[in-house]
Design a protein around this ligand. Structure first.
Ligand code: MCA
Ligand code: AMP
Length: 513
């Protein structure tokens, strides 16, 4: 059994593989099983393919491919090869990729076969030396060809706990995305903590329907399962029908709030269906107290809400045993120090007062890739990381998130920074200025709305949206464009977004997607 002596995900994975080689790791929707031993062997072959492509220890491997078993194994292959994993949202456009690849300077890019031509030009331009492909099923592409026939073991060098395991880009308030540098110990410690806190065992079967390019699906789900020696029923994407069909074989579901509101709207999702489940976990965005209560009323299960960030992995969780409070994100996890501070003075606030949430612990990242100043700005002198989330701690010690100091929109669990969308809008001929806000959305929790001042009276929503198609990933694109004569500004000339949010709050409330 993997223990807390293991301070990196490769040794946790290897320990599980050695202890239970024949245990299932990945179970396909059709029931086909990939055991731990087979996963370790396939990951070794992929690691050899990385080496053959020129990847050395410490090099970055950037991955933008559809979710498949092989795609997941590239994370474990990067660990075996000692490479730094850099997963990228499949929705990012070439323009967005140019920034990430330019900033991270990977030794290898893995992409979808259909993107190869465009990316080859980009890689040549950015001096990225190697490009391989992987198809949506994970069964074809130049990576698969390069891995075929390779040895099924790889002589890995043990990872230093504070060595770099992954870089995950998070959007920035000022437009430039920041690469959060996560160490081996950051990831392994959080996986072990979650295994204990959520009572995972090797018998668990996690329904995995999240994307694997973000912390939630890649680390919270996958790493915790590996640390437990459990298995994942691995779905290509979220599909309520598939979840309902496969739930009788599962014991745990991890999802964003949209998963739960969509399940509640599904006729096949019943108390009987949920009866065999041990745990439903929600995170990445606020789960409304209403959804929490509706879910309890229907199934008898209290969804366990937890709170994390790309930079910190998981910080807090409602308890496994005991009250899971609707609207709360629970207690700081073991080993995590959490405090509420005044965002201006940095003074620690008394219990019950609202301030910015700050955290410190083995889960917290080391800094932003090649941004020492940005890193310094976001840490206090005593090592606490300033999350930018606003919250308070109640009389029973539960943490509540009440808002965000950072100007962030979360739609369906994906983050969008208004500044980036505003910059893209302002470049469109006929738009003089813009303000991007998040408004309540029945399905996604929040969605993006653009309020624009046009100099061209003939400019229409459709033209604005089509101008953004190649600029921004689909999830960042506004769901509505509202034309105004003037943006409301305060005496300082600052756009009053609170007022805009209030004015447009009703745009999507009654609509589903
Ligand atoms: C899809 N679309 C979206 C989103 N997802 N638009 C805005 N926000 C989204 N999240 C677009 C699609 O491109 C499509 O565009 C249209 O919306 C409808 O798509 P639909 O089929 O309904 O969407 P879906 O494919 O079912 O996806 C919705 C989803 C998915 C299941 C909620 O976005 C998802 O799996 N979200 C999870 C994200 C996640 O893993 N977040 C964790 C980040 P068109 O109309 O053009 O066809 S990690 C994190 O936040 C921290 C660390 C933490 O605490 O976990
Ligand atoms: P990301 O930048 O993708 O890592 O998203 C992290 C942000 O998601 C946090 O800073 C929070 O604003 C938000 N978040 C994550 N989990 C929760 C939750 N359970 N409730 C409210 N917000 C959350």
């Amino acid at each position: 059994m993997a223990t807390s002596a293991h301070q990196d995900m490769l040794s946790l994975f290897t320990a599980t593989c050695n202890a239970t080689p024949d245990a299932p790791f990945l179970i396909a929707a059709d029931g086909a099983v990939l055991t731990y031993a087979a996963a370790h062997a396939r990951a070794a072959q992929l690691a050899h393919a990385f080496r053959a492509a020129g990847v050395q220890a410490g090099d970055r491997v950037a991955v933008q491919v559809e979710k498949s078993q092989t795609a997941l194994l590239t994370w474990l292959a990067a660990l075996q090869a000692g490479a730094v994993y850099l997963p990228l949202n499949t929705g990012y456009t070439t323009g967005e990729l140019r920034y990430f690849l330019g900033d991270a300077a990977p030794a290898l890019v893995l992409c979808r076969p259909e993107d190869e031509a465009g990316l080859a030009a980009l890689c040549a331009n950015l001096s990225v030396p190697a490009l391989l492909t992987l198809d949506a099923d994970g069964t074809a592409g130049s990576l698969v060809n390069a891995a075929a026939g390779q040895p099924t073991t790889f002589a890995s060098t043990p990872a230093a706990p504070d060595g770099l395991a992954a870089i995950l880009y998070t959007s920035g308030t000022t437009g430039r995305s920041k690469g959060a540098m996560l160490s081996h110990a950051n990831l392994a410690s959080n996986a072990l903590t979650l295994r204990e806190y959520w009572s995972f065992t090797a018998q668990d079967r996690l329904l995995h329907a999240l994307p694997i390019y973000h912390t939630h699906g890649l680390f919270v789900a996958t790493n915790t399962i590996i640390a437990s020696g459990a298995a994942m029923i691995f779905l290509h994407r979220f599909d309520a029908d598939a979840l309902v069909r496969l739930m009788p074989q599962a014991s745990v579901l991890m999802g964003v709030p949209t998963f739960y509101s969509r399940l509640l709207a599904h006729a096949g999702f019943t108390r009987e269906l949920a009866a065999g489940m041990r745990l439903f976990v929600s995170g990445s965005a606020p789960l409304s107290a209403e959804t929490h209560r509706e879910f309890s009323a229907l199934t008898g299960h209290a969804i366990l809400e937890r709170y994390g960030m790309t930079e910190t992995n998981m910080n807090t969780s409602n308890p496994y045993e005991g009250l899971r409070k609707p609207g709360s994100v629970g207690f700081p996890l073991p080993g995590v120090d959490l405090r509420i501070a005044d965002s201006e003075t940095a003074a620690v606030l008394p219990q019950g007062e609202i301030g910015v949430i700050e955290v410190k612990g083995p889960n917290v990242f080391g800094g932003y890739w090649q941004m020492p100043e940005k890193t310094r700005e976001e840490f206090r002198a005593d090592g606490f990381f300033i999350t930018g989330d606003l919250g308070f701690i109640d009389g029973e010690g539960y943490v509540h998130i009440v808002g965000r100091a950072k100007d962030l929109i979360i739609a369906g669990g994906l983050n969008i920074y208004p500044a980036e969308v505003e910059a893209a809008l302002d470049e469109i001929p006929g738009i003089s200025e813009s303000a991007v806000i998040g408004v309540p959305h029945a399905d996604l929790g929040e969605c993006v709305v653009a309020v624009v001042k046009a100099t061209d009276p003939a400019l229409e929503q459709s033209a604005v949206l089509s101008a953004l198609t190649d600029r921004l990933a689909r999830f960042k694109q506004p769901r509505a464009v509202v034309f105004v004569d003037e943006l409301p500004r305060n005496a300082m000339g600052k756009v009053q977004k609170a007022q805009l949010r209030e004015t447009h709050a009703g745009l999507f409330v009654a609509k589903k997607v």
